[in-house]
Design a protein around this ligand. Structure first.
Ligand code: SF4
Length: 78
């Protein structure tokens, strides 16, 4: 067996699950995570229902989810 020069990746890919039906346009998600949560002109989150998180924005994604008073955002690594 040949030794591998590559180590297994330990990076976890997070996903944002967003329930648009719950979104009330508070914009708290974007205040906590301005680069992770795009808003439309009325202040509603305009993410698709399921989207991958750029690894560099993982903290913003988590903070934005925690700030949502409607619990419209779920962060998952599944
Ligand atoms: S904080 Fe929650 S309810 Fe408010 S805009 Fe963001 S996702 Fe929608």
């Amino acid at each position: 067996m040949r030794p591998s020069s590559q180590s297994p990746s330990t990076e976890v890919v997070l996903r944002i699950l967003f329930d648009r039906e719950r979104c009330q346009g508070h914009a708290m998600c974007a205040f906590a995570g301005p680069d992770a949560y795009p808003l439309d002109d009325s202040g509603h989150n305009e993410l698709p229902p399921d989207s991958p998180v750029d690894p560099g924005l993982a903290d913003q994604a988590r903070q934005g989810a925690l700030q949502c008073p409607e619990r419209a955002i779920t962060i998952t690594d599944a």
